[in-house]
Ligand binder design. Structure first.
Ligand code: ADP
Length: 486
């Protein structure tokens, strides 16, 4: 059977309270009993001491048995302290025996059998008594003294205490159970409120939050943590929604263009050259769509974090030289001048070779797209301190200061119409930024309108003295950008 936390807390509280009450009751019972017996025992010890003084004080000529009997009887016959006294000398001689004890025959004990003073509860004619049994060695003779006091009052007091205890215990337990239940309900009621509020939050109202608690306790921490989590989920949800909306928007344009081109061509019969021209346009748009979809796929995979970059120590010089020559032709075909400066020394970095080439492709592609002939595109690779630097400089249209931060955001284009014409959807630099972060590097842009732009990428150098480290990071499947001059 499953109990709620409230019921479990109440049960635990009750169990602990009952155990404490039981232990407390038992200890109090013992303490009271011991205390009352202690009083009786002290009285009995004092009586024996009095008797010892009496016996010691006897003159030597009176130390015969008959004389002793006479002296002791004289002292105790009228005394209450002798009501339950008997003195035995071990030679079958009774020195004193109270009349009450003669009837009830309290067994005599030889002094030799008594080692220490001891106390014993005895029933005489149905009434309870407490007796001390002690040996007295006085003036060369040994006696066993037994003297008692009635303890019916002690027993009555203890049993009244016991009865009250047994009567009050269930009442206290009931009170404790009710108190425990009330306390646990009160302490846990915010949990119910949190659960109710959390249940009402769904994909439709992700902006809703749990009530702000100000109790400063664990429950406030819980509700604050849940609210923070909701905020994170909301922003992730918004990002996904935004991404889907932007992606659909971007895909709609080229597909609409393909459709329009095909519809116009089919409206009437045309010459072969016209059809070829229309097909070329359709192919261009289809190529752009493919490239856009690949970029979207790259971003989606980067977000899901499901693939691994294969990081290994590579020479940045060599990795970039591999692709630079390919770009040289492409850039020069656009009537732009391309300069490439590499370092004489190897530049070891921990990187994914394919991702590096993708990064370079994005930056060079942008430099070409946004530079009018006869401009210059420059690629520079060098090491500075503990950093490796890749710089891509162009003499193109430049980027206004207020746009320089935003260009790394997804789907952000400074001039929408112009970028669209040159094939960009504003995703390239977002992918570049992601790749650089995966390499623990950074990217910065220096530019102003009309004065070209320089993109500076810094990657940590993997110095030879450092141990080779295998990093694992999430990554996208890297596809080379499609050439745009179809
Ligand atoms: P796109 O595919 O549109 O080029 P990017 O993410 O690569 O997308 O770039 C975002 C925007 O940054 C571009 O639309 C463009 O406005 C601006 N940009 C990027 N590189 C350059 C550059 N070298 N010169 C001028 N503007 C640039």
């Amino acid at each position: 059977m499953k109990f709620s936390i409230g019921s479990r807390l109440t049960l635990w509280y009750l169990a602990i309270f009952a155990t404490a009450q039981f232990l407390f009751g038992i200890s109090m019972w013992f303490v009271l009993r011991q205390h009352l017996y202690g009083i009786a025992d002290a009285t009995l010890t004092a009586q024996v001491e009095d008797l010892a003084h009496l016996l010691k004080a006897m003159k030597e000529k009176n130390r015969t048995v008959p004389k002793l009997r006479e002296e002791v009887s004289e002292a105790y016959d009228l005394e209450h302290s002798g009501d339950f006294l008997q003195i035995y000398d071990g030679d079958e001689n009774w020195i004193f025996r109270a009349s009450s004890l003669q009837k009830s025959q309290l067994a005599p004990i030889a002094p030799a059998a008594v080692k220490h003073a001891s106390f014993r509860n005895v029933q005489l004619e149905g009434k309870p008594y407490r007796f001390i049994i002690q040996r007295l060695d006085v003036n060369g003779r040994s006696f066993t003294v037994q003297t008692g006091v009635p303890i019916d009052e002690i027993i009555a007091t203890v049993s009244v205490f016991q009865r009250d205890l047994l009567f009050l215990a269930p009442l206290l337990l009931l009170l404790a159970a009710a108190g425990g239940y009330w306390l646990s309900r009160r302490a846990l009621s915010p949990v119910d409120a949190i659960a109710r509020a959390a249940r009402s939050i769904s994909g439709d109202n992700l902006g809703a939050r749990l009530d702000q608690l100000t109790s400063g306790d664990e429950l406030q921490r819980l509700s604050d943590t849940l609210n923070e989590m909701l905020a994170r989920i909301e922003s992730a949800f918004l990002r996904v929604t935004q991404f889907t909306a932007d992606a659909s928007h971007e895909l709609r344009t080229p597909i609409a263009l393909i459709r329009t081109e095909a519809e116009i061509s089919l409206r009437k019969s045309r010459g072969q050259e016209e059809y070829r021209e229309a097909l070329r346009h359709i192919l261009l748009e289809a190529a752009r769509t493919t490239s856009l979809m690949e970029e979207l796929l790259s971003l989606a995979r980067a977000d899901s974090g499901c693939e691994n970059l294969h990081l290994s120590v590579v020479d940045l010089n060599a990795a970039i030289a591999e692709t630079a020559s390919g770009w040289q032709h492409l850039i020069e075909n656009r009537n732009l001048r391309f300069t490439y400066k590499s370092s004489d020394q190897p530049i070891p970095v921990l990187a994914d070779r394919v991702a590096l080439q993708r990064l370079l492709a994005i930056m060079l592609d942008n430099a070409v797209k946004y530079t009018l002939p006869p401009g210059v595109v420059e690629l520079r690779v060098e090491s500075r301190g503990r950093k490796a630097i890749i710089a891509v400089r162009d003499t193109g249209i430049g980027i206004a200061e207020q746009d320089q931060r935003k260009i790394f955001e997804r789907f952000y284009r400074v001039d929408k119409a112009r970028s669209r014409a040159s094939g960009g959807a504003g995703i390239g630099l977002a992918i570049a930024d992601w790749i650089i972060k995966q390499h623990s590097g950074s990217i910065a842009v220096q530019s102003s309108i009309g004065n070209g732009a320089t993109f500076l990428v810094e990657l940590p150098l993997q110095l030879a003295s450092l141990p080779r480290r295998q990093m694992c990071a999430t990554a996208v499947e890297m596809q080379p950008r499609l050439p745009l001059n179809l």
